[in-house]
Design a protein around this ligand. Structure first.
Ligand SMILES: Nc1ncnc2c1ncn2[C@@H]1O[C@H](COP(=O)(O)OP(=O)(O)O)[C@@H](O)[C@H]1O
Ligand SMILES: [Mg+2]
Length: 240
């Protein structure tokens, strides 16, 4: 079953067209990777799906229902949650409170239930012993895991992860990939933006490549990375 579908999604910022008629489909249980050079429109696509930006043209559907035009909290409650390229944590709140906010935002349940769900997801991402600390005290890799716990706590089925592995060491990245595989086993469907090709190959079933707001390739990770159009977009004409 197709969970998420973008049809002809176009977003202009004044004269800059950040997304041009992008089509995307995410099947249940699938992990879709999104790659592309800086400024390609990747984060804009996530913002458009999550209801943070009004579209210029096109529309977004979730489980067959049109969601474009809905506010972001409504999109989240239907089942789509995103992380930000730079984690938007509440630095002075505790790690546990940050995750509770995710639970409250996604479900609107009472505080007690939110606290329980938050503690469960903190354990899941390996931060059980950090719950009482201010979020500002976490390391980069711990912040990434906290960010993941927050979107998981919303209860969403589709998670949009914007460079959740950026800035990690090789070892931390391997741990992050293992964690994302565990997330998938919890029945989540993922769309992941990543720069590190190893990360994409390690997690994505399919990859979509954006360049200057346009989809220039889509397919199996290994195929896409050998596509001359893709190589040219990344490295320039000489390499293609
Ligand atoms: N809110 C905004 N207002 C104006 N321009 C924006 C805004 N958000 C993104 N852009 C522009 O849209 C283009 C795509 O940006 P972005 O989606 O962040 O790229 P990526 O995530 O692929 O690096 C860039 O040229 C960027 O400067
Ligand atoms: Mg980005």
């Amino acid at each position: 079953m197709t969970l998420l579908e973008c049809r002809g999604v176009t977003k202009a910022f004044g004269s800059l067209v950040a997304l041009k008629e992008v089509d995307l489909a995410l099947e249940e249980g699938e992990t879709l990777g999104i790659i592309g050079p800086n400024g390609a429109g990747k984060s804009t696509l996530f913002n458009a799906i999550a209801g943070l930006l009004p579209l210029t043209a096109g529309d977004v559907h979730y489980r067959g229902r049109r969601i474009s035009g809905l506010p972001t909290h409504a999109v989240c409650r239907l089942g789509i949650a995103k992380t930000f390229q730079i984690p938007q944590l509440f630095p002075r709140l505790t790690v546990l409170e940050n995750v509770m906010i995710g639970a409250l935002y996604g479900g609107g349940e009472g505080l007690g239930k939110a606290r329980g769900a938050a503690a469960d997801w903190l354990g899941f991402v390996g931060l059980a012993d950090r719950g009482g600390l201010p979020a500002a005290t976490l390391t980069v890799s711990e912040r990434r895991r906290l960010d993941l716990a927050r979107v998981l706590a919303t209860g969403a089925t589709v998670l949009l992860l914007d460079e959740n592995m950026a800035g990690l060491t090789q070892k931390e990245m391997e741990a992050a990939l293992t964690l994302l595989r565990a997330v998938r086993e919890r029945g989540k469907s993922l769309v992941v933006i990543e720069h590190v090709m190893r990360a994409i190959v390690g997690i994505a079933d399919r990859v979509l490549v954006l360049n200057y707001g346009e989809k220039i390739a889509e397919g199996h990770p290994h195929e896409v990375m050998q596509d001359p159009t893709v190589i040219k977009a990344y490295l320039g004409e000489a390499y293609a």
